[in-house]
Design a protein around this ligand. Structure first.
Ligand SMILES: [Zn+2]
Length: 170
């Protein structure tokens, strides 16, 4: 019997949206984002910054992170995933939200690059390409995920491939 080395437990990993370099997925951001700070601790990985944080006391740099539900179509069903990312895409989404209320706007989320060079972009899909009313009705049935779930952060650590329906997804 042969077993592979280095297989890691991805606690709740399937809940997190993971894109490969160059991959685009369409979906809708739903609910309120959850903002928090993390520290990178050598040998331990990423740790949430909490009140009375010892790592802050030690002077370890904080990084802004946020999570938000992103509803995508997986095998024909609208499925919530947790999208976790940093300040650049957060601010871009904040701007976009002024003209395109994100909770009712179908967007294209694209990942470009690997590891620290990873950049995400969010672009609205023109409302003429789908039926916003039908979308809103279908989205109202989707139960969102709790954003306090453990894990995620590393951009490259989830080999799991989710079969998104990229063509005509909604
Ligand atoms: Zn801290």
């Amino acid at each position: 019997m042969q077993f592979k080395d280095g297989v890691k437990v991805n606690e709740g990993g399937g809940m997190f949206l993971k894109l490969e370099d160059g991959e685009t997925v369409m979906g809708v951001f739903r609910g309120e984002p959850r903002e928090y700070d993390i520290h990178y601790i050598q040998g331990k990985g990423y740790i949430d910054c909490v009140s009375g944080c010892v790592h802050c006391t030690d002077g370890v740099k904080q990084s802004f992170r946020f999570r938000v539900n992103f509803v995508v179509k997986v095998n024909g069903a609208l499925t919530p995933k947790i999208f976790e990312n940093g300040v650049l895409i957060y601010n871009a989404m904040k701007e976009l939200n002024k003209d395109y209320p994100l909770e009712s706007t179908l967007v294209k989320l694209t990942r470009t690059g690997l590891k620290k060079d990873t950049v995400y972009s969010v672009l609205p899909v023109p409302p003429s390409k789908y039926d916003p009313k039908e979308l809103a009705a279908r989205l109202s049935d989707v139960q969102l995920l709790p954003l306090e779930s453990k894990k995620a952060v590393q951009e490259e650590s989830f080999p799991e491939q989710v079969p998104f329906d990229e063509q005509n997804p909604f």
